[in-house]
Design a protein around this ligand. Sequence first.
Ligand SMILES: Nc1ncnc2c1ncn2[C@@H]1O[C@H](COP(=O)(O)OP(=O)(O)OP(=O)(O)O)[C@@H](O)[C@H]1O
Ligand SMILES: [Mg+2]
Length: 137
Amino acid sequence: MTNIQRDKIDIPVTSFEEVILARQLVRELMERLGFSLLAQTRIVTAVSELARNMVVHAKDGRLTATKVTQGARVGVNCIFQDSGPGIEDIDQAMREGYSTTKSLGLGLGGAKKLCGEFNITSSMGKGTKIDITEWVK
Ligand SMILES: Nc1ncnc2c1ncn2[C@@H]1O[C@H](COP(=O)(O)OP(=O)(O)OP(=O)(O)O)[C@@H](O)[C@H]1O
Ligand SMILES: [Mg+2]
């Protein structure tokens, strides 16, 4: 199910076309929320890597991106949830250069550096959930 609203996006991410769509929709949402172009680009780069990981390493990936507020603060929260194999050793997976697919292994560690708040939980055989939040400066 695809659900695209003004302040909330909920889409499947199971193909590279959907990775591109995820990038576009998050950029548009961030623009509406008042993020700088630089912040948009930074977070969209992270979104791209995390969405790509769901396609490459997992299955049934979904992205939910929503406007969040805390007092006067406005931000964006993105949740990447999949039903893939899970990640056995998260610390190892986060390390630069670690990849189980002979790729660069920069995606996860890079994404964490690009986001204000980054949370990852994973359960073997069940899937992985990554939750990121960024606030408008
Ligand atoms: N959603 C996921 N489900 C299961 N395993 C994952 C997931 N995301 C990442 N991983 C595991 O963590 C490793 C590191 O991920 P990372 O994105 O850093 O590197 P990569 O995807 O292998 O290469 P790159 O992103 O640089 O092309 C992956 O090789 C994979 O084993
Ligand atoms: Mg990757």
